[in-house]
Design a protein around this ligand. Structure first.
Ligand code: AMP
Length: 484
């Protein structure tokens, strides 16, 4: 089935160009299997892990089919966590950049009023957690009449978090004529039942096989008593000297403890767990993603679904009690053809969990002997050397796309009866400009934000100081918030 290039699919020029800028050259396994059907609008039940490229597998066909002129949302994506909602929204914005697709994320503990205002404007795609999506539906702030696509992402996680009833309630409010796609890393019976109740003649795709085998991941473990875990952690980090490492712990308190003790020992470490405020969590993820910190201590729920590249080492400081979680955690390394390592700490009493994990993954995880003092001493200098050097900062993908984009702010909006079409007409008529150079337009009551693409922002900024829109001369400045 697999096609070699995205251009072999029925993907338009605008989406194709965005994929090119994002560096997506070859479709991943799940994309190669999903795209031909999703582009035809078939209902799908897809078994795929995070890290497999599943977001683009549904985002590409949805972006392709979105009618730009329609103001009401055409796709609803349900995700179990806020972090995943934000990330999926960003993926849609990136993939839909040149088609000017507007995506919004709605999730708990995010100001409702901001979301309400955003949903009032043109929004093509809404990504949200079930509770908040339901809130908007009940309050009438999320119009559903034009929804053509429903995606249920990480359905097994929704089930684990007790969201299934809400998901079902949401489905019942949606137009029946729609495409439904469900993605899940595992397929518990409840998920299969949900899928078969609300999907017509869905095609089942299993994109998991290669992944579970963990072909690019080297697995190993240490048997270690609880009280020796921290000193083993330090030894392992010295031996492995990773560029980026996630340390999974069983509870929030243990994340706090590990992160604090690492920081006390001079490690650059961030943490993420459900007890933290949302902005702190996003800040931690972004800084870790950018490579400012080499270590991230995390609980499962908080780290679930977060797309972080090039993790060289995953450490299970606490072995997961649930076998599927082992697959999720270790799948964060060894992505996209890169080699990765997963090292687990198992206390003697946890043998039975290990047994279940090995039965699931289908192989015996090699046991390692505690590193000797000499081995650790041997590697210590190289480790200290790396600790002293500032990590190279990785560019976020959206930054690459954003670098040629300038966001302009005009001091007029709906109250002055300004519309997107008026701006597009005026700006595309400026010398050297065309409609393709205009990105996302957001019209608020008294302000309008417009992205100008292809490095033409300064040109438009100058020209618009002397050009009227609907007969009005607006004040124009570069917007401070450059992101979409
Ligand atoms: P996901 O499974 O959707 O979380 O995606 C995992 C990562 O793979 C994300 O960082 C994507 O940006 C990236 N990705 C998705 N599709 C491709 C592709 N075809 N080529 C390279 N990277 C990709």
């Amino acid at each position: 089935m697999g096609q070699e290039h995205f251009k072999d699919y029925k993907i338009g020029e605008e989406i194709g160009r965005a994929l090119d800028v994002l560096g997506y050259k070859i479709p991943t396994n799940v994309q190669a299997r999903v795209l031909p059907y999703a582009l035809e609008g078939k209902d799908l039940i897809v078994k795929a892990q995070t890290g497999s490229g599943k977001t683009a597998a549904y985002a590409i066909p949805i972006c392709e089919s979105v009618a730009w002129l329609e103001n009401k949302p055409q796709a609803l994506i349900l995700t179990p966590t806020r972090e995943l909602a934000v990330q999926v929204k960003e993926d849609f914005t990136n993939i839909g950049r040149f088609k000017r697709i507007k995506a919004a994320a709605v999730y708990g503990r995010h100001p409702y009023s901001i979301e309400k205002a955003e949903l009032k404007q043109k929004t093509h795609v809404v990504v949200g957690t079930p509770g908040r999506v339901m809130d908007h539906i009940e309050k009438g702030t999320l119009p559903l009449a034009k929804i053509d696509y429903l995606v249920i992402d990480e359905a097994d996680q929704m089930l684990d978090m007790g969201f299934m009833e809400q998901v079902e309630a949401i489905i019942k409010t949606l137009p029946i004529e729609r495409v439904t796609m469900l993605f899940s890393a595992t397929m518990p019976q409840e998920v299969v039942t949900l899928a078969s109740s609300y999907m017509s003649d869905a095609l089942k795709i299993d994109a998991n096989e290669e992944f579970v085998m963990g072909a690019d991941i080297e697995h190993s473990l240490y048997f270690v008593p609880e009280e020796d875990k921290f000193s083993l952690l330090k030894d392992v980090t010295i031996l492995e000297n990773p560029d980026s490492c996630i340390i999974f712990c069983g509870t929030k308190n243990r994340v706090d403890m590990v992160c604090e003790r690492l920081a006390d020992s001079g490690y650059g470490c961030k943490k993420i767990h459900g007890g933290m405020e949302q902005p702190d969590r996003l800040d931690a993820i972004n800084r870790f993603k950018r490579g400012e910190y080499r270590y991230l201590a995390a609980t499962d729920v908080a780290a679930r679904g977060i797309d972080i590249h090039n993790i060289s080492l995953v450490i299970n400081y606490d072995i997961p009690l649930d076998k599927e979680t082992y697959v999720h955690r270790t799948g964060r390394t060894g992505r996209a053809g890169q080699k990765g390592k997963a090292i687990s700490f198992v206390t003697p009493a946890q043998d039975r969990y290990l047994h279940d994990i090995e039965a699931l993954i289908g192989f015996h995880i090699p046991r390692l002997e505690k590193p000797s003092k000499e081995e650790v001493a041997d590697k210590k200098n190289a480790f200290l050397e790396k600790m002293k050097t500032e990590p190279p900062i990785k560019k976020m993908k959206s930054e690459q796309l954003n670098k040629d984009i300038m966001k302009l702010r005009f001091n007029g909006g709906k109250k002055k009866k300004l519309r997107a079409a008026s701006f597009v007409g005026v700006i595309s008529n400026l010398e050297g400009m065309s409609a393709e150079d205009i990105g996302i337009i957001a019209i608020q009551d008294t302000l309008t934000y417009i992205e100008i693409l292809n490095g033409k922002g300064p040109l438009v900024l100058e020209a618009m100081k002397q050009t009227t829109v609907n007969g009005k001369q607006l004040k124009v400045t570069e917007a401070l918030d450059k992101r979409g």
